[in-house]
Design a protein around this ligand. Structure first.
Ligand SMILES: [Zn+2]
Ligand SMILES: [Zn+2]
Length: 144
């Protein structure tokens, strides 16, 4: 069976709904600002609006990809929410993200080296700055 990419409804995650199918998810709406360590509201930004690599990498991949910042401090946030309701929706979500952002993401680490990181790995395992070294360097020739 073929998965066709469905739209991701990012805004749903603020309302505690699955971003793929609108069903309610268990844990919702818990964002913690990593600057003041308090629960916070978040601003969603368009990915790719900023040509510069992010200063820090989110521990949570989804938020890293969506590029969220806390409203209180305009800082990175940690997410304590589920954003999809089921394994099926998770799969749809991964497919949609890869369709939208590519199967690999170019991430510049603190060492200034651009790395080629699979989007799925970021989503499912998260990404820490220290792990970046494990990924191959990004080659612009290979990026179609
Ligand atoms: Zn769902
Ligand atoms: Zn804050």
């Amino acid at each position: 069976m073929t998965h066709k990419a469905k739209p991701i409804k990012w805004i749903n995650s603020e309302a505690g709904l699955c971003v793929m199918c609108d069903r309610r998810v268990g844990k919702a709406g818990h964002y913690v600002c990593l600057s003041c360590n308090r629960p916070c509201e978040v601003d969603f930004r368009k990915l790719g609006g900023d040509p510069q690599a992010p200063r820090t990498l989110q521990l949570n991949a989804v938020l890293f990809l969506a590029d969220l910042k806390s409203r209180c401090c305009n800082y990175d946030v940690e997410v304590l929410s589920q954003i999809t309701c089921s394994d099926d929706c998770h799969e749809d979500f991964v497919v949609a993200l890869c369709a939208q952002f590519g199967e690999f993401k170019k991430i510049v680490g603190p060492d200034g080296v651009a790395r080629k990181v699979p989007t799925r790995t970021i989503i499912e395992k998260g990404l820490r700055t220290a792990d970046l070294k494990r990924f191959p360097a990004w080659s612009d020739q290979g990026a179609a």
